[in-house]
Design a protein around this ligand. Sequence first.
Ligand code: ZN
Ligand code: ZN
Length: 335
Amino acid sequence: MKAAELNNKKFEIKELPSVHLKEGQTGAVVKVDACGLCGSDIVKIFTGVAKDGSVLGHEVVGHIVEINTRTDFEVGDRVVLGHHVPCFNCQYCYGESYSMCEQFKSTNIYPGGFSEYIYVSELHLENTVFKANYSIPDEHAIFTEPVACCLRAVKRLKLTQGSKVLVIGLGSIGLLTGQLLRYVGYQPYGADILDERIKLAEEYGFEGVFKVTDKDLKEQVKEITKYGFDGIFLSAGSDSSVELAKSLVRNGGTILVFSSSKTNVGYLHNDIYYRELTVIGSYSPSPLDLEESYDIIERGKIRLDELVHEYKLENINQALEDTLSNKIMKACIRL
Ligand SMILES: [Zn+2]
Ligand SMILES: [Zn+2]
């Protein structure tokens, strides 16, 4: 089977032994039809977390070709899936910190979504695999996992209805988040440096969109919010965006951290104390978020068309390059 293996910060198309269920082995083999290239894949490539020879990709839509299971999935089912499965029975899971659960971290699909076939365990089938309707195109179905990540983050904000929330960074995650903020009852605002993304955010129903480099940005924000934003959703990872978040959140407001920063820049202790700031992280979705996310996509509650560009597996390096240069927002890799 064809797969894109990592080699020296690039993908290399290789012929790997095909994945099959062994005699008596439970789980399923899924033929991958498409897989999204995630920002986290790119971070893993350039920080060296993903080793040479590994196969990345987890935003999968495909169909089951082999199965041995207690669940009611069958060969031929079209599915979307999440790659990590929490145990629901540990201190982390009880506290809803599912992505910190040891089982969550140790479970995965094999070898990875940028591969023609993947193995999906029984545990996955029971928790993080969902039947997908044929009416949803592949290039929408691949958003199940990223939308679930954003949905969990939006829920963790826990602000009052109608709160004004600023999304800093209007790539695909930012534009998804704006729509989800609206979906749960907040007023989404956006900020970016790229004009075309600002324009798109306006089309996507953001209440207002700011250009980060505007000299009078703070005055503009003050005019709209008086004291600053109730919440900030930080989907950009630059150090300056962290500073921007601190300067635009109101006293008593919440900053939701949804990106890594290159220099691991911090929040000042006294800011948090005297300004009563809440800084909260959100990493990866729970199975419940995945289910709800798929439902939101199936019901057409969020707009996705302008966010996604399709590439053949053979052109995955071009997809990586185009994402890095901000030429596109989300690459959907076809297998
Ligand atoms: Zn992802
Ligand atoms: Zn657990």
